[in-house]
Design a protein around this ligand. Structure first.
Ligand code: SF4
Ligand code: FES
Length: 371
């Protein structure tokens, strides 16, 4: 909107103007790339989400132009709005990186290491987060949490031991379905996602909890143990559905449809449909339409997240972009934060030694005596 007030915020030395009221996380997502903090509980399409997992904490080194004092503690970027002149550090702050490693360790305290048998493997946000920020060992010596098994119906499998209590599924059920039957029961480390009296979650749109769950706590029972996601070929497809947008991603192997999901964007969230609203899909499209003939195939889906599924055909702004061009072109016009001449800081790379002329791998003796 033309009359919308814009404020300037600088994140990791990159400045951007955003409408007043934008959160630091959404301002960082506008810049894109690694500048955007990871978010395990915030989900832009769900009202009230965020503020639970602490993976998105950032350092505010300057509060605003009017009050430049830094904020005394790291703040949750999904819940803190930007101020004019604010300066924020994410990947440029050692404090933030240290804290993030701590949060990952904390999230993994009770999370089982069952990625080899988990259906979420390959598209699990916790797997990505641990890979990028985690440590290889654990300091936890006690028994992990165990729960009584809950049967939550024929379509959805709940593995409570994997849950990180992000509340996304609770908001989804609250905001998308007519009657909510599940929620978080109890407190502290007894907290669990459960259906209060073991009722089946049979609402028309309840399958969307599978798509919003960042880990493998809620998975599709019709797809359980049938295949690994990286062996499947994602295809965009649609059908004329009376209840939802009918725009989905089919996960095929050959002609067989193994599972149906909503289409997800580069942040792992359900994409908006042509009407500008999130294109959630109904249970019929998700669980009952498992024949290719049920769908009009649009073409291969380009995966927008840095997951094993996107290997060799990565398209999005999150994660690593292959450096095929000069820095600015790769980083969508952003200038490099720091430029240095490698020869000024390294004793090893002597410009007068031509590596291409050395037979076999270079050794110390090739550089000895070189100026
Ligand atoms: S089941 Fe999944 S979506 Fe629900 S709170 Fe647990 S981790 Fe979050
Ligand atoms: S994404 Fe901000 S606290 Fe979870």
């Amino acid at each position: 909107m033309a009359d919308q007030q814009l404020v300037k915020v600088t994140i990791d030395n990159i400045s951007i103007e955003v409408p007043a009221g934008t959160t630091i996380l959404n301002a960082a997502r506008k810049i894109g790339g690694e500048v955007a903090p990871p978010a395990m509980c915030y989900y832009s399409k769900l009202q009230g989400s965020g503020g639970k997992c602490r993976t998105c904490l950032v350092e505010v080194s300057k509060g605003s132009e009017k009050d430049p004092r830094p904020m005394p503690k790291l703040v949750a970027s999904c819940r803190t709005t930007v101020m004019d002149g604010m300066e924020v550090k994410n990947i440029t702050s050692p404090k933030v990186l240290d804290m993030r490693a701590g949060v990952v360790e904390f999230l993994l305290i009770n999370h089982p290491l069952d990625c080899p048998v988990c259906d979420q493997a390959g598209e699990c946000h916790l797997q990505d987060l641990s890979y990028e920020h985690g440590k290889e060992g654990t300091r936890y010596e006690f028994q992990r949490r165990i729960f009584k098994k809950h049967d939550i119906g024929p379509y959805i499998q709940l593995h409570m031991t994997r849950c990180i209590l992000c509340y996304r599924c609770v908001f989804t059920a609250d905001q998308l379905t007519q009657k909510r039957e599940h929620g978080v029961l109890d407190r502290g480390d007894h907290s669990e996602i459960a259906t209060f009296i073991e009722k089946s979650l049979d609402n028309d749109f309840i399958g969307n909890v599978i798509d919003v769950c960042p880990v493998g706590a809620l998975t599709d029972r019709t797809f359980r143990f049938k295949n690994r996601v990286w062996f499947l070929k994602p295809m965009d497809a649609h059908r004329d559905c009376p209840s939802c947008s009918g725009k989905v991603t089919l996960w095929n192997r050959g002609d067989e449809v193994y599972r149906v999901t909503a289409r997800k964007d580069e942040w792992g969230e359900v994409e908006d449909g042509p009407d500008g609203k999130p294109a959630w899909i109904c249970n019929t499209c998700r669980f009952d339409k498992k024949k290719t003939s049920d769908w009009v195939i649009e073409g291969p889906r380009m995966i927008n997240r840095h997951s094993v599924i996107s290997a060799n055909h990565y398209q999005g702004k999150v994660g690593m972009i292959k450096p095929t061009e000069i820095f600015e072109a790769v980083h969508e016009g952003r200038k490099p934060k720091l430029l240095m001449d490698i020869h000024k800081v390294s004793e090893v790379n002597k410009p007068n030694v031509e590596l291409s002329k050395i037979e076999g791998p270079a050794h110390a003796k090739d550089f000895r005596g070189a100026k």
